[in-house]
Design a protein around this ligand. Structure first.
Ligand SMILES: Cc1cc2nc3c(=O)[nH]c(=O)nc-3n(C[C@H](O)[C@H](O)[C@H](O)COP(=O)(O)OP(=O)(O)OC[C@H]3O[C@@H](n4cnc5c(N)ncnc54)[C@H](O)[C@@H]3O)c2cc1C
Length: 284
């Protein structure tokens, strides 16, 4: 946002790529860095800020690669930590993890009967809508119901272009030994993206090769944070990728890219060049 307002922006990221967060596919960070770089945002990845010092109105950042950056302002946005010390949790028998989170089951129950923990403090997913969903489930369960809170949680990143993601990433699926087929559709092929003047980005969709299940959808591009809601709904209702491909999306919309990526994962994308793959038989 600051860069769009004319500010010279430099990003320093300790991890190997931007958006190296669980739940965000690695392709998203790579694509975002490419867009940022083309726009003139300087991105240092694999780089640590060793020291920040001020000299008058200037801030100097000493980087691990030996460079020193100078800036008018520094925005520090490193992680968050639970604030659970000194609450007397142990006095009622509540356990905490080594990092201070309060472990819970899928019903948000802690290790002590009658005590529930929702939101950031349980460390499951540090997002506002996750906390809300967990709170509703915990309230039900405290009243005697047995409701698990296991719905997929979408993530939204408000960069230009936006990022939206839900479900497994390719890297997570591979680490779990899940065989995946990938569908990918570039927004540059969409009429709405062309009309809006925002053709950057893509949708990447993961399909379980054996069961055909939808596993995850990762999107970067115009309105990605809105479009990801439809993918989240289909993932929540355990749709197969074939079922996603059969959904009719309005044209022209950016969301059409989700259907197109599902078709691509089946080798039948209408608006992409033919793939050198065998089409997935009907029914899977
Ligand atoms: C800068 C920033 C941007 C974010 N942007 C987004 C976003 O765009 N989308 C998104 O989904 N999430 C976002 N988040 C994360 C989101 O804010 C949290 O996941 C969410 O607020 C968690 O809700 P919670 O109820 O668990 O905790 P909190 O909202 O932190 O609520 C905990 C409350 O407990 C109070 N409290 C703490 N200790 C005590 C005590 N001893 N006694 C009584 N009260 C106490 C605190 O003051 C606080 O009001 C952002 C977080 C930050 C820091």
């Amino acid at each position: 946002m600051m860069q769009a307002l004319g500010v010279a922006v430099t990003v320093v990221e300790m991890l190997p790529e931007l958006l190296s967060t669980p739940g965000l596919d690695r392709d998203l960070g790579q694509a975002l860095r490419a867009v940022f770089t083309a726009r003139g945002i300087v991105c240092h990845v694999n780089t640590t800020v060793r020291e920040l010092t001020t000299a008058g109105t200037i801030v100097r950042a000493a980087l691990s690669d030996g460079q020193t950056l100078e800036a008018d302002r520094v925005l520090v946005c490193v992680g968050r930590a639970p604030n659970t010390q000194d609450l007397g949790l142990a006095s009622v028998g509540l356990a905490t993890s080594p990092k201070g989170f309060i472990p819970v089951s899928d019903t948000m129950a802690t290790n002590v009967a009658g005590y529930y923990c929702i939101g950031d403090a349980n460390g499951r997913c540090l997002l506002a809508h996750a906390a809300s969903a967990q709170g509703a489930a915990a309230a039900d369960n405290a009243l005697g119901h047995a409701r698990a809170c296991t719905a997929p949680i979408p993530a939204a990143v408000y960069t230009f272009p936006e990022v939206g993601a839900v479900g497994l990433t390719e890297q997570e699926a591979k680490a779990q030994g899940i065989p995946v087929a990938i569908g990918k559709f570039p927004l540059s092929h969409l009429g709405k993206a062309m009309a809006a003047g925002h053709t950057e980005g893509f949708v990447k969709l993961l399909r379980h090769r054996a069961t055909g299940a939808l596993l995850g959808v990762h999107m970067i591009g115009h309105n990605a944070t809105e479009c990801i809601a439809s993918a989240g709904a289909m993932l929540h209702h355990k749709a197969t990728v074939r079922e996603v491909a059969e959904v009719v999306f309005a044209h022209p919309t950016i969301g059409e890219a989700i259907k197109e990526s599902a078709e691509d994962a089946l080798g039948v994308a209408l608006h992409l060049p033919p793939r050198p793959v065998i089409r997935v038989p009907a029914g899977t």
